[in-house]
Design a protein around this ligand. Structure first.
Ligand SMILES: Nc1ncnc2c1ncn2[C@@H]1O[C@H](COP(=O)(O)OP(=O)(O)OP(=O)(O)O)[C@@H](O)[C@H]1O
Ligand SMILES: [Mg+2]
Length: 248
């Protein structure tokens, strides 16, 4: 389980997170929604120790991330795959090289056959053909890069997968494809997922639970149905500004 307790963080001289409380339950897909600039990416980065909180705690499977030593942080990170907002593939590596980065260092030494199988399985999960393995990221479309980033995230079968805006910048067809993929992958690899998005359609499609982050705090949380039905003004303002999501 991931727990975020009273998380405060100031950046650039202004408060970004102002006491965020959140629990991510085993096996669920939790969607964090919220307007641009509200601190969604900053929140994810705290979970893997890329930011230190000003106050509060982040606890991953009982380990407090802010007080963990290097070994502790490494252990936490080994459980978490992170799909960054811009895919963040390594430009100078082929798709194969990028996928191998998703495995623990030295994992493939002496077990090439097993590694090749993992690479092919991860590609299969994201509906890519093996002929992309020798290509470089610049040779792929944005949607394909996003799929490679997801394959890299799931190849190591980590317990938690964090997705930061997985569909932003994609056309509707590719966005739908990525959403379906995330839903299927969460199921097949049995991961606990946090998906950050400001895309309401994606949120309602993917979520077991949705959290609305705005003005530095959790304004509302609940199932997609509970959020659809709520009178909470912050939720209404956010949902009514976006195209209405279809039925779950
Ligand atoms: N490294 C940093 N240094 C200073 N300020 C930062 C840093 N990272 C983020 N911020 C600021 O924190 C605020 C929240 O940023 P964050 O990237 O978390 O927003 P977001 O909710 O992910 O937005 P978006 O939906 O556009 O991705 C912004 O005002 C941003 O400028
Ligand atoms: Mg962001």
């Amino acid at each position: 389980m991931i727990e975020i307790i009273g998380l405060h963080k100031r950046l650039g001289g202004r408060p970004v997170l102002r006491g965020v409380n959140l629990q991510v339950r085993e096996g669920e897909t939790l969607v964090v929604m919220g307007p641009s600039g509200t601190g969604k990416s900053v929140l994810l980065k705290h979970i893997v120790g890329l930011f230190d909180p000003d106050a509060g705690d982040i606890v991953v499977d009982g380990v407090s991330v802010p007080v963990a030593d290097r070994r502790g942080i490494a252990a936490v990170r080994s459980k978490i795959a992170y799909v960054f907002q811009n895919s963040a593939l390594f430009d100078s590596m082929t798709v194969r090289g990028n996928l191998l980065m998703g495995l623990p260092a030295g994992f493939c030494r002496g077990r090439q056959g097993e590694c090749d199988e993992l690479v092919l399985a991860a590609l299969g999960h994201v509906n890519l053909e093996p002929d992309v393995l020798s290509l470089f990221p610049a040779e792929l479309s944005g949607g394909m890069q996003r799929r490679v980033a997801i394959a890299r995230a799931i190849i190591g079968k980590r317990r938690y997968v964090l997705y930061d805006e997985p569909t932003t910048g994609l056309d509707p067809v590719n966005a739908t494809r990525i959403n379906r993929l995330i839903a299927r992958v969460s199921h097949e690899v049995d991961a606990t997922s946090i998906v950050v998005t400001h895309d309401v359609t994606s949120a309602f499609f993917l979520a077991d639970r949705i959290v609305l982050l705005a003005d530095g705090v959790v304004q509302a949380e609940g199932t997609p149905q509970q959020l659809r039905d709520t009178d909470n003004p912050a939720v209404r303002q956010f949902l009514d500004a976006a195209p209405a999501p279809g039925p779950a």
